[in-house]
Design a binder for this molecule. Structure first.
Ligand code: SF4
Length: 243
C-alpha cells in the first residue's frame, strides 16, 4: 500500500506530505542516491526490485486537505521505464483532490511534458501542479548515472507552461554564467539548493562559488537553502527563512 505520509525528512521542508504510489529501484541509478543508501543499510544491498505500482486509491483525509504533496519522493515517476498507464493512474488520483498542490519532482521533465495529454483518455495534471526538475549542475559527471543530461532537463522545464521549480541538489561544480542564464530563461518560481549528504565523494563547488550563485539567483527567483548545505556554506541570511 502506498502510504500518504506527513513529510518528516529534510528533502523539502515546505512540503506537507509525501505519497509514493510507485516504488522500486530507480532507473536513473545516481551514484549518490539516498534511497539506495537506505536500502543498503537495511537490506544489505541496494536492489529492491523492479518498480511497481501500488494502486490502492488515494484517500486524503481532513488533515491533508489543501496541503502540498510530493509525489514519488523515492523513485522517479517519469523515468522512461515507468509505464504510461501507471503515470496516468497516479495523475487521475491526484485529480481527485484539486485543492491540494501537487509537486512532480523528476530528472526527466521532458517525459512529464510530453505525455499524451491531448489524448482525451489521458488525464491532464491537477490545476495546482508544480513541475520541479532536479538539476545538480549544468555540467556532466559520471556519478549522475543514467539520468538525462542537464541540457535535456532544462529543455523539459522550458516546455512546461505551468508553475516550475528547480532543485540543485546535491550541488556539484558548475559553470556559473551559462548555469544562471539557463535558470533565468526558465524563470522558476523557486530554486532549492542542497548538498551531498551521503558518503560518495562528489565534485563539489567552493563556498565562494555557491555564494555567487545564490546572489545571482536571488535577483530573479526565490532561493531556499537546505540545512545540509551548511557543511559547505555555513552562514547565510537565507537559512533563517526555514528552508
Ligand atoms: S533520480 Fe533520485 S531516486 Fe532516482 S536514482 Fe537518482 S537520486 Fe535515486
Amino acid at each position: 500500500m502506498a502510504a500518504f505520509l506527513k513529510q518528516k525528512g529534510d528533502m523539502y521542508r515546505w512540503v506537507d506530505f509525501t505519497w509514493n504510489p510507485v516504488q522500486g529501484k530507480c532507473q536513473h541509478d545516481c551514484a549518490y542516491c539516498y534511497i539506495k543508501r537506505i536500502a543498503q543499510r537495511f537490506r544489505g544491498d541496494d536492489d529492491f526490485g523492479a518498480p511497481h505500482l501500488f494502486d490502492t486509491p488515494l484517500n486524503i483525509r481532513q488533515n491533508g486537505a489543501g496541503k502540498t504533496v510530493f509525489v514519488c519522493s523515492s523513485c522517479d515517476l517519469f523515468a522512461s521505464n515507468i509505464p504510461e498507464s501507471w503515470i496516468a493512474w497516479v495523475i487521475r488520483q491526484a485529480n481527485k483532490y484539486p485543492e491540494n498542490t501537487w509537486l512532480w519532482n523528476t530528472k526527466n521533465p521532458q517525459r512529464a511534458v510530453n505525455l499524451p495529454r491531448f489524448d482525451s483518455r489521458f488525464p491532464d495534471y491537477p490545476k495546482n501542479s508544480i513541475l520541479c526538475a532536479t538539476i545538480e549542475t549544468n555540467c556532466w559527471f559520471d556519478c549522475m548515472g543514467k539520468a538525462p543530461h542537464p541540457d535535456q532537463r532544462f529543455k523539459g522545464l522550458e516546455e512546461w507552461e505551468g508553475r516550475k521549480m528547480v532543485t540543485i541538489e546535491p550541488i556539484m561544480k558548475f559553470a556559473i554564467s551559462p548555469f544562471v542564464e539557463r535558470l533565468h530563461w526558465i524563470r522558476p518560481e523557486q530554486v532549492n539548493l542542497g548538498a551531498n549528504s551521503g558518503n560518495v565523494e562528489l565534485p563539489e563547488p567552493s563556498r565562494e562559488d555557491i555564494e555567487k550563485l545564490v546572489y545571482k539567483l536571488s535577483r530573479f527567483t526565490k532561493v531556499h537553502l537546505k540545512k545540509n548545505l551548511r557543511r559547505i556554506l555555513p552562514e547565510h541570511d537565507l537559512y533563517s527563512e526555514g528552508a
